[in-house]
Design a protein around this ligand. Sequence first.
Ligand SMILES: Nc1ncnc2c1ncn2[C@@H]1O[C@H](COP(=O)(O)OP(=O)(O)OP(=O)(O)O)[C@@H](O)[C@H]1O
Length: 591
Amino acid sequence: MTEAQERDVVSWKVIKRLLLFIRPHMVWLILMVITSLVLAGLNILNAYALKGAIDATLSHAMGQLSKYLYLVIAAMVVEIPVSMLRTYATGRFSEKSLYDIRQHTTEHISKLPVSYLEKHPSGDLVSRLTNDISLLQGFLQGSLSELISQPLTFIAAVIYVFIISWKLTLFSIVAVPLLMWLTIKLSEPIEKYTKSQQESLSNVNSIAQDSISGLVVTKSFTLEGVMLRKYNDAVDKALSKALKVAKVQAVLEPVRAFMQMAPFMVTFAYGGYLAINNQMTFGGVLAFINLLNFVVNPITLIPRLISSFRSTTAAARRIFEVWDEPQERSDGKVFSVDKNAAAISFDNVCFSYNENEKLLFDHLSFEIYSGETVALVGPSGCGKSTVLKLITGFYKPTTGRILIYGHDMEEWSLEGVRDLISVVSQDTYLFPDSIYENIAYGKKDASESEIKEAARLAGIHDFIENLPDKYNTMVGERGVKLSGGQRQRIAIARAILKNAPILLLDEATSALDTESEYYIQQSLEDLMKGRTSLVIAHRLSTIKNADRILVMNNGKIVETGTHDELYNSDSLYRQLYLKQYQLDEEANGVA
Ligand SMILES: Nc1ncnc2c1ncn2[C@@H]1O[C@H](COP(=O)(O)OP(=O)(O)OP(=O)(O)O)[C@@H](O)[C@H]1O
């Protein structure tokens, strides 16, 4: 099989998969095709009536003429409801199918593992959801029904023109197969170009999204020019691919125009000759010319249909790539919380993000008991945040086990584990929604009083009440209208509302100034009461009160103890503490 043939087989497989997915709406597609065929049939009927009417007029047969007139009126009466039905069926089929495709894609994305989401720019996924789905839209709204109905119309029209005059038919469409072959060959690169054009557009989207979400940083470092250049480079690449597609389409245009005009030129010349020599009636020639549209149009549509088919295949493949990504597992059980067992236990856990890479955790073992507050410290990059990603099941240990309340993580359902955990991190994400909703996300079906109580405990209620829209105040993407401390408090209120037994704090106060940090620390300490807490603190001064401090280095726990125990010994903790103290002093001195 040649490369081109292999590509065609793959393309058909992609279209077959698309059609199988949207088969619940096939009845509307079938209706769309049937109504298109009826309309085509009516056009042929009109051509037949035209032929009859002209021949009747030329032979002064009044009775015959009125018979054909009634036929045209009857055709019109049928045509009106049928075209209405066709328009509705087209809309219903395409919109319902697109709805399903969007739903399935979004749902699949929401179930993708964090490892996939961390490796793929979100702009790329957004682009697949928007640009690629728009390409499918064009196909489903028009090209697909044409792809099915036009060949049928063509066959019906060819049969009728053959009946009128087989000689004229052969003469007029003799060059068409050659032109069709030429079209198919010329349009082959379109699929490849469209795929890379869509990939470039994804890149444009990613850069745009990153630039917008990082706008504050961009401006503060006066990097607008750099970002703009990056963006323009990406747009230029997408443009050059788009122009390549346009070039191929432009080359196809003269072929299309020739395919459209040539049969008419032949018919005028040869049909006129046959009529003058009484081998055909004038009505027959006129009907032939009229019907020729139904022979020629499907053929001239071929370049556009092939081009649409190829673009659609490229877009569908990009969407299926997402569908084929393995989802997070959804099996496992929900166990009851056994407070006698360690809440979290790492048993000889080995882990690295990428295969063949040095182990980040090398037989890491520790336990955190129910009700304990444990701090995890260690040099930057030693894997503290990764410990949290393993506890929340975002990543799996390469070897070893993680136990939650005595049960292997592998036996737990991931949702079950996550329901037991509240995470508050320095990178507080607020949804582009109201403050009320942002807190309410902590608990399904939370009542208004519960939400306000959580806000009160987080020390943010009074602030919210003083806002013009109070709890209905909208927070922009990432909560740009709020200070770091206010965002942090909303996140804490959300965690309070969730009321999970395990609390994971990932440098939750590191982004705040000392004063805000002090107040938030109070709220966090309230939140920690009666829960099992694992705290990663950037500022070691904030974890002095932890029941135990685990010091991690080179993938293992190297020291364990209270602040006093560790500080008063010759420990890595003491070194880290003193170094930070020195850095803080220097920073304050500069300030
Ligand atoms: N998704 C990822 N894919 C590949 N490597 C990663 C990923 N996330 C983190 N790493 C790497 O794993 C190592 C540990 O990262 P982690 O964020 O867990 O460290 P940390 O101790 O929390 O660091 P810090 O104190 O600086 O926040 C780092 O070398 C980091 O580059």
